[in-house]
Design a protein. Structure first.
Length: 256
C-alpha cells in the first residue's frame, strides 16, 4: 500500500489507495541530509503518519532507506521518494558525493538545540553551493526541534542568515508538536515544481538564443561623472534591497 496525501493550498488530507488505477508518476527523490538525532527520520514518518493529516498507514518500514509518498497539490499529483541514510552509515558529504545532483530536492536538517549539527548543515550547504546544485534544485534548510526553547543554541536569525547566504529556503519545524511539518511537505513539492519550471524556461531560452544571430556589441563611453555616480548609487541601493528581499523570501517556500 502507498501513502497518498491530498493537498489544496496549505491544507492537506489523506486517504488509503491501492493506486491500481493511478497513472504512473515520475518520482522525485528528496535527499535528507544532517547529523544524527536531528529528526530526519521522524520528519518523514510524520509526513506519512501524522494524525493531523488523518493518515492511515501504520505499516511503514522504519528500516527502509527510501520512503515514497504521493502528494496532490493544486490538482496536480507529485510522487516524492525520501532518501534517508543513517548518519552512522553515510555522512552528508558522502551522501552528496554518492547522489550528486540527481535528487530533485535536498532537505538539510539540523537541531536548534545542537550547535554541531548546525555546522554540519552549513558544510552540506557549502557543498551544494560549490556544485551549483542550489541553482537548479530545491534546497531547504530545516531547523528542527524548534519546540526546545530552553535548550535552543541556534537562533532563528542565525538559521535565516545561513539560508540567505546560500540562496536556499528556511523553515522551522517541530515533530513533537507537528509544527510546520505539513508546511514543509507542501513546500518541498512547490520548490520542486518551481525549480523544474525555471530549468525548462532556461532551456527554452538557450535554444532560442542558438537560433538567433548574435547582434554586434556597441560600446558607448561617457564623461558625465554625475550620471556615473547616480548609476553607482542606484546599483548599491539595488543590492541592499535585493539582500533585504532575499531575507524575507527565504521563509516563503512557494516562491523561488
Amino acid at each position: 500500500m502507498k501513502t497518498s496525501l491530498f493537498c489544496t493550498g496549505q491544507q492537506t488530507s489523506s486517504r488509503q489507495s491501492s493506486c491500481v488505477s493511478c497513472p504512473t508518476l515520475a518520482p522525485h527523490k528528496v535527499l535528507m541530509l544532517g547529523s544524527s538525532d536531528v529528526g530526519k527520520t521522524s520528519l518523514i514518518s510524520q509526513f506519512m503518519t501524522s494524525e493531523f493529516l488523518h493518515a492511515y498507514d501504520n505499516s511503514i518500514d522504519e528500516e527502509a532507506i527510501d520512503k515514497s509518498i504521493s502528494v496532490l497539490l493544486d490538482g496536480e499529483e507529485t510522487e516524492l521518494v525520501f532518501v534517508d541514510h543513517p548518519y552512522s552509515e553515510m555522512s552528508p558529504t558522502t551522501c552528496l558525493e554518492t547522489y550528486k545532483s540527481t535528487p530533485a530536492a535536498f532537505c538539510v536538517v539540523y537541531s536548534t538545540a545542537d550547535k554541531a549539527s548546525f555546522k554540519t548543515a552549513e558544510k552540506a550547504l557549502q557543498q551544494l553551493w560549490k556544485t551549483e546544485t542550489v541553482r537548479s534544485k530545491a534546497v531547504i534548510l530545516v531547523a528542527n526541534k524548534a519546540d526546545l526553547v530552553r535548550s535552543r543554541v541556534v537562533s532563528s536569525q542565525e538559521g535565516k542568515r545561513l539560508a540567505t547566504s546560500y540562496d536556499c529556503k528556511y523553515i522551522e519545524t517541530s515533530v513533537g508538536f507537528n509544527h510546520n511539518v505539513d508546511e514543509l511537505l507542501v513546500g518541498i513539492v512547490s520548490q520542486v515544481r518551481l525549480k523544474q519550471d525555471l530549468t525548462n524556461q532556461e532551456d527554452n531560452e538557450d535554444n532560442n538564443e542558438r537560433k538567433q544571430t548574435t547582434a554586434p556589441r556597441v560600446w558607448v563611453k561617457t564623461r558625465n561623472t554625475r550620471t556615473s555616480a547616480s548609476l553607482k548609487v542606484k546599483g548599491l541601493l539595488s543590492k541592499v534591497w535585493a539582500s533585504h528581499s532575499k531575507s524575507k523570501s527565504c521563509e516563503n517556500l512557494h516562491v523561488l
